[in-house]
Design a protein around this ligand. Structure first.
Ligand code: PGA
Length: 250
């Protein structure tokens, strides 16, 4: 049995007082169940959010990090900095990092290796663009993102990797992949792991869906056999919506 995962990606939203209010509202109604829950606030709120959630069972995650250990990288954040404030999980390869900031598969792969070497857990994101789906190249695109982004990762290290399939056309657009479309891709990803890594890794790796997950569609998505939870953007900014999605995964 795979433990479900629901992760909140706040992206570049909230100021400090709004971040505190959102965490308080979440904690007021959160009941720990068998789902692993993560909050990924902007870097500047990591420490503050951790102070509030550390006894709750909700875990802290970062939205990005640098591949280098330290040094002359103005404006960047390292794995040891993240760990020192309690974030031992990091989201890498998000489509906004790829599309807006030009992160390549090779750069993402460097970050993945750095995070794993630092004993961090990685939520590795990937997914096709709308044109790629329309051209029916989505399976190839996903396969190539997995092969390059996770190149050189040993089978043992997959215990520290959560995959997040996020079709780019469904992120922040209100357009969700149908549960059938999502399940079809998740089954393809699991089959890829079975062939390219191992049967154990295929059985044990959590594969999340992301892209306009809402309370109204979460239960249907999460009931599919290969969908083990979600990476939630917009709906994670409202405590009630996020908790409804967490409950749908449990
Ligand atoms: P969304 O974002 O839920 O707002 O579509 C998901 C994500 O980008 O992780």
């Amino acid at each position: 049995m795979r433990t479900p995962v629901v992760a909140a990606n706040w992206k570049m939203n909230k100021d400090l007082s709004e971040a505190k209010s959102l965490v308080s509202a979440l904690l007021a109604d959160y009941k720990k169940a068998n789902t692993e829950v993560y909050i990924a606030p902007p870097f500047v709120f990591l420490n503050e959010v951790q102070q509030h959630i550390k006894e709750s069972g909700i875990q802290l995650a970062a939205q990005n990090m640098n591949a280098a250990a330290s040094g002359a990288h103005t404006g960047e954040i390292s794995s040891s900095m993240l760990k020192s404030v309690g974030a031992s999980t990091v989201i890498l390869g998000h489509s906004e990092r790829r599309d807006i900031y030009g992160e390549t598969d090779a750069q993402i792969n460097e970050k993945v290796k750095t995070a794993l070497a630092a004993d961090m857990q990685v939520i590795f994101c990937f997914g096709e663009q709308l044109e790629e789906r329309k051209a029916s190249t989505h399976f190839e695109v996903v396969k190539s993102q997995l092969a390059s982004g996770l190149a050189g990762v040993d089978a043992d290290a997959y215990a520290s990797i959560v995959l997040a399939y996020e079709p780019v056309w469904a992120i922040g657009t209100g357009e969700t992949a149908s549960p059938e479309q999502a399940q079809e891709m998740h089954a393809f990803i699991r089959e890829y792991l079975r062939k390219e890594v191992s049967v154990e890794v295929a059985d044990q790796t959590r594969i999340l869906y992301g892209g306009s997950v809402k309370p109204a569609n979460a239960a249907d998505l999460f009931s599919r056999p290969d969908i083990d939870g979600g990476l939630i953007g917009g709906a994670s900014l409202q405590a009630d919506d996020f908790l409804a999605i967490v409950n749908a995964a449990s």
